[in-house]
Every structure is written in structure tokens, then in C-alpha cells.
Design a protein around this ligand. Sequence first.
Ligand SMILES: Nc1nc2c(ncn2[C@@H]2O[C@H](COP(=O)(O)OP(=O)(O)O)[C@@H](O)[C@H]2O)c(=O)[nH]1
Ligand SMILES: [Mg+2]
Length: 582
Amino acid sequence: MHVVATAGHVDHGKSTLVRALTGMEPDRWSEERRRGMTIDLGFAWTTLPSGETVAFVDVPGHARFVANMLAGVGPVPAVLFVVAADEGWMPQSAEHLAALDALGVRHGVLVVTRSDLADPMAARDRALQEIRRTSLGEVTSVCVSAATGEGLDALRDALDRLVASLPEPDHDAPVRLWVDRAFTVRGAGTVVTGTLPAGVIHVGDELVVAPGGRRVKVRALESLKAQVDTVPAVARVAVNLRGVHLAEVRRGCALLTPDAWLTTRVVDVRADDELPREVLVHVGSAAIAARVRTFGADTARLTLTAPLPLRIGERLLLRDPGSRRIVGATALDVSPPALVGRGAGALRAQELAQMTGIPDPAGELRRRRLVGADELRLMGCPEPSNAIRIADRWLADPTYWANLRGALATAVAEYAAQRPLTPGLPLETARQQLRLPDRRLVEALVSAPLTVRDGRIVHGEAAPQLPPEVARAVEKLRRDLAAAPFSAPTAARLAELGLTPQHLAAAVRAGHLVRVADGVYLMHEAIEEAVRILAKLPQPFTVSQARQALGTSRRVAVPLLEFLDRRKLTQRIDDVHRKLTS
Ligand SMILES: Nc1nc2c(ncn2[C@@H]2O[C@H](COP(=O)(O)OP(=O)(O)O)[C@@H](O)[C@H]2O)c(=O)[nH]1
Ligand SMILES: [Mg+2]
């Protein structure tokens, strides 16, 4: 199936033409019939001489309903541009053409209607001259009269040539169905309709409603009023949804393949022309208000009042609701950096000046330094070949990664100098210092001569592996110590756990325990904690005061204080008194 939208000034015969071609009534509302005017979108279809099916989205031509017109044209790749022979080029002819140009529509046919009422040549020539200057370029023109039927066969042939020239839709692409109508059907529930430009929808598929993110299931599908199991793009489709109320879906929403789209509130663009400070952003069937911050000659940041599912390179139509002026724009970055500090805007302007809307994988990685692999994919950007992949989740720029490695080595050395007692820089501390979002990134940065031992980054050999039953026993010991840090395990407890002096020596080498004295083992954290507690005592202090403050026995307190003496953290003053050094 192919889908073609109408365009053109009000009363130039768009709906009459669709009626003549299809034998169907595209104007649906009773108010439309009473007023003889298209207000909202109409839908009809026919079979062309070649056997191809073409569906029409018939749009209103009246100036007041341009938003409805844009919702219909937005997702459609081809247009039937209508000008009346007797009226010629009119304001909404120009407005609709500007819209098609802004959206970058490249395929169309010009139809000069009402040719029974006036010589169509002047209207045709003027229209071709206008159209030539836009993304549509050179188009075929056909003069017709719906009143006499003159030219309709020629138009059918022209439509056949048009649809044959349309690019093949990408059926592997993720689904993004912009909703143009939503209603309830008795017994079936919520139904939405739209033009599917790419991908395939199947009954049973799970989709996500944007905005909001609600998961819905495709209960049934209709295309051109026929029940089907599968709808491949391009197509008009009605989707019966399970799991959503009518209040949650409306024109401007989109149904998305899960985990395939990035929804964004901020997008950096290149605009075809100067922009006002506030615009309506039209994309697909959506129309969202946005604030504009201009950067360079033609680049700007749009801050949207609601999120949109967008990709790099997408065409956006920006409309000034006051002046009705339409400006086309290309999305350069759909996940741009926050701008903080002086000069951030100027720097961003320079970056955007280099961007084209065609994703540049290496450039994206260099600018972002570190990015979620998924995020890049969802932006429509392939994975950069030079990326360093970490934990199957992150991509890092090679230069940035090398710098981080250097920064980590420095951080480990500084930590060791400041805290000679502690065996190494904790991974979490390193993560915070390097401002990394994930501890696995720090682990990936550690390389010889650094190694991770017990959650800390240390210089030296990889930790010796303890036999599993010893590791389990040591783990039990550490659990005891976590609950009571200064209650070094008794000989009885060690025997009960089956830990021999050799096992304990291995556990010390692996960094799990500290040997304070023969038979007295604590965790590293307890040593630091002891210094903190002793610092709160009046200086100098006695062994007895220290023992009480630590809440432990002389069996532990005496060797612990001697251990601290040897490490020059405490200093003996006389037989009974010590003080903390520094
Ligand atoms: N004489 C004549 N009148 C036409 C022709 N096409 C449309 N009309 C009339 O023009 C008016 C507007 O047509 P309509 O299809 O509603 O225009 P739209 O606003 O572009 O959809 C109606 O009164 C039609 O009957 C034509 O080819 N010849
Ligand atoms: Mg109409």
C-alpha cells in the first residue's frame, strides 16, 4: 500500500478529487458535511491501474485548521498538491507548500482542479514555478475536472508513476506510529489510527505509548477496514489496543517499538531560516510548544514542553503561532549536553556548526567521551568502530579512557600517601573522584600494576585465591567482625571455623584481614575506626581508657595499641600513657 496526502488552498477541490478517485467519502463529520468544508483529516483509498493500492489522507485547506493539516501530512512521504484553475495560487497554497518543504517531502503530483471553470495553464505554471523551489522539485502536473471526469485517468496514471518512484520502506526499522485519531469501539476498547511509515506491526506485539511510556498490546489490526494479522509499512492502520484507556492516547501520541526510541525534551537543530523565541514543533502528528535558544548563524536549542521520540537527522517543522511563519529544521542532536557556565553556548555553537544531521559515530563519542551504548543506538547513531566497550553497557572515547587511566593511577597514589594504613583506594571513592556513573567503569580502568583486592584498588599482584572452604570460613569471620569490629576472634572460634595459622596468613596476604599480633586478627576498617575513636579521648590516654573507648578486652587493646605504635599512629609517652601522633 502507498499513502498520499492532499494539500492546497481551501475549496480548491481536494476532497472532491479524492471522492472522484476513490468513490469514497473522505469528509467524515456531520459538521464538515453541513459546512461543506474539511475540518479534520479524511481517509479513503482506491486501486490504481497497476493494481497498487493507494490511500489518501485528505487534509483541510482552511487557514484555521493548519495544525490538523500538519498532523495528516507529517508522517506521509508523498503529496497530491491541488490548485484550482479558476483561483490559482492562494495563501494556503503557499502555506501548505512551505510546510511540505519544511518537512522535506520529495514526492508529489500537481493537480490543477476545476479545469472546466477556467483555463488551467496559468495556475499550473505558477504552481510549478513555486513547487520547483522546494524539496518537491520538478513534479508531474495533471489538469482535471471532477465535474466532467476530464483528466482523471491521466491522474491515475500519474499516481501510478508516483507510487512506483517512492523509496522502499524499511521493514526492519522500529515502529513509530503517530496517532492521528483515537476512539473507542464498543466491545473492542481503544482504537488508534495512523500512517505507518516504516517497520511492521503484528497482532500480539507489545508497544509503548509516548509520551508516558505505558506498555500496550496490539489486540487486533485493521488496514483499509479489513482485519489483518500483520501490517507492513507503508500503510494506513487502525490498532486496537489492550491496556490503555482512551484518555491516555490522542493525536500527537506515538506507538513505539519498546526500547528502540529515545524520547527527549531538548533537541539541537539546524534551522532553514531565522527562528522566533517560541515555536510550535510539528513532527509526525504531534505539535509541541518549545522555547528557542539560538546559537550560531543557523543553529538553535529547542526546549520542548513535552517529550518527543526523535532521532538525529529528523526533519522538524517549526511554526510561529503568531505570524504563521513556517521554518524547517534538521535535528542535529537529540540528547544534547546541558549548558553550564560561561562560554558553554559558544562552545556548543562551534560543535553544532560541524554537525550535519547524518550521525557521526566517532564524533558523537569524542564529544560525549562516555555514553551508554543503547543511548547512541536510540539516537540513530551506529556504534563507533574506535569505541572502548565496557561491561556491555558503556562506550568510551579512547583518548578520554587513556586520560582516565592516568587520573586513576594518580588518585591511587595520593590516597596511599594520605592514608598509609588503609590498603588501597575503595572502588566507590575512585568512582566519585573520577565522576563516573558506574563502578564497573572503575574496575575496567584498573590494570597492572594496579589490581582490585577486596573492593579496593592496590598496587601489586592480584589477590591470591583462597580455597573455597577457607574463603567461606574467612567470610564468616569477617561477618563476626563487621558486627563487633574490635572483638578479635578467639582461638576457640578460629578452631571452630577450621582456620589454621597458614589459612589466616593467606587471608592476610589476600587483604581480607589484618594481623595485629600473633592470634589477633581484625579488619582494615577496624584500624581506621580505632584511630578515629582514640582521637576523641583526652590526650594522652591510658590503655584502660583506650580499652573502654573501643569496647574491647586487654587481649585485643594491648596488641592493637602496640600495632599502632609500630605504624607511628600512636606514640608512647611513659609506661601508662600514649597519645595520637599529629
Ligand atoms: N466545477 C467544478 N467544481 C469543483 C471541481 N472540484 C471541486 N469543485 C467544487 O469546489 C468546491 C470545493 O471543493 P472541495 O473538494 O470541498 O475543496 P477542498 O476544500 O479543497 O476539499 C465544491 O463546491 C466542489 O463541488 C471541479 O473539478 N469542477
Ligand atoms: Mg476538503
